[in-house]
Write a protein that binds this ligand. Sequence first.
Ligand code: HEC
Length: 194
Amino acid sequence: MKKNILLFFLFTFCFVFLLTELNCSSKMTKDEQVARGKYLVNIGGCNDCHSPKIMTAMGPLPDTTRLLSGQPSNLELPPIDTSMTSQGKWIMVTGNLNAWVGPWGISFAANLTPDSSTGLGLWTSEIFIKTMRTGKHMGKGNNILPPMPWQAIGGLTDEDLSCVFAYLQSIPPVNNKVPSSIPPNLITEKYKKE
Ligand code: HEC
């Protein structure tokens, strides 16, 4: 009898334990994914490089009317002194932190909004995860240029990366065609120092 009671308790304990375990690892709702993604994007500094800025007395702040839409297509770059950007010298960045000049040439922060012709509208969560893990455009193309910290972001779990992607797909789409990157040998031609 005593043994039966013990077994009963043991069984109930295991059952409740299993239930709570299952519950914890059960899929998040879409809203929970988006909320976690927003939290990760904010602490992950994505806005620093990917959002156009408005200049304030305290310095540049993300322009909330076009968050994460990348280097604005209509923004002219100032002239560049390439003697300062060769290997071992300086890396330069525009005041909005969207365009970066270094030994790799010029890289422009991408449009991460869900616009289907200029942003990530046609991407899937799988493509996004593969991109962050491989450091290749869309997970299979050219190497992603500095200073995009894909190595660090790729360290997130699949679940967290899916949340980041869910959030990026939930923000307003912005139609902004970010310029293609410019290889080092073409900088002088395009952005000569005056
Ligand atoms: C220090 C600046 C910087 C930060 C911080 C940053 N990025 Fe980027 N990111 C870039 C630049 C620059 C590019 C364009 C690289 C290129 O042209 O190859 C880029 C490109 C990308 C791309 C496009 C890859 C492709 O295949 O075309 C994605 C997606 C992306 N970033 C997501 C993010 C996310 C998500 C975060 C935050 C968790 C983030 N980035 C943080 C600078 C940054």
